[in-house]
Design a protein around this ligand. Sequence first.
Ligand SMILES: Cc1ncc(COP(=O)(O)O)c(C=O)c1O
Length: 394
Amino acid sequence: MSPAACDGLGASPLRLASALTQPRRGALNWIEAGGRSVVYTHQGRNAIALFCRMAGLRPGDQVLAPAYNCGAEIDPFVKAGARVVLYDVDRRLEIDVDRIVAALSPATRILYVTHFFGFPQPLGELAAACGKQGVLLMEDCAQALYSVSGDKPAGLAGDAAVFSFVKTLPVPDGGALLADRRFGPPRQPEKQPPAAATGRACLPLVKRWLVNSASSSPLHRLAGSVALRHSRASTAASDGRRRPPMLSSNRYVEARTAWTMSRVARAILAAADGAEVARARRRNFQFLLEALRSVPGFEPALPALPEGVSPMAFPFFGSSRSYWYSQLTAKGILVQGWPGYYPGLDWDACPGACFLKDELLTLPVHQGLTEAHMQYIADAVRAAAKLAPAGSAC
Ligand SMILES: Cc1ncc(COP(=O)(O)O)c(C=O)c1O
């Protein structure tokens, strides 16, 4: 039987309940941290805020950050009083190393680089330039958990790195900061998040589990179709306005910096098999690359899958973003993007990233999806392509 839906990564109530009953173990071994301090946080954005404190970021310090962002990684810098200056990202999600090096100045305190969709950015030259000029290099690995760059896990090339486990694993919360030991012994946030907050964050995981398994029984199908209605309403899509503001849920809330990750999240992270997760994600990404290689009006943004990448999603351009969004979500396929703009930044200077915000969408490739799900997605893309309006995005 073919699947009826392909939502984000979910978790069954049983899996979540059994994670709750796991005894809290000592060190987690999700990464070879290469001698760095590891701090566990409630969310990735809190890890960024912690690093701002550890690094002694002062009001007015400049942070150079990629203009292709969701806002959650920008907000902690702004709230720390930094002056965020954007650099552009092109439609292949590549950064211009020479331009970034030229933009470093005595005012620059942190250069922030994001490994989009798990594809590591080249950091050699940037790390050297930062080292020479006393600029801190911070890697955003929110989407690059289990990706490898060269022979090392992504996140070990700079002075610090931030992770967000919710992007890759079925956890209600959880982030981490990896920081060079020269920033001092880490102060681990100690507070467990309130049970109500963890419970609320578990609900979408259960919903997605129901949606993804919607074909397996009539009960699942019914629950899945109800859940999908909510999912469609909340999935990120531009509402047609020019440069709509970022989602308010992407704001950084300072009070949560005292929270660590929940026990449920910790147990799921401890039990996760990173190599297996990466293998399944690569298999699903490769499936779409091959199945959708020459579909008219549909263009993969990342047309190859280099060794070592654990892909977060499958980014693409369609001839009309709103057409593709509505066609695919109508079939229960999770389609996402970052259409929202952080207010008050110089977006006109970054046309490449604006293009990505306005045009790029993603298909899911997570480890919870089977070959039947991927076939269903590929068929839905081919069907949508047949009726797609002509447009300029690809
Ligand atoms: C690229 C990137 N960096 C950082 C973050 C922050 O992660 P979190 O949502 O765990 O705070 C996000 C997501 O919100 C993200 O997409």
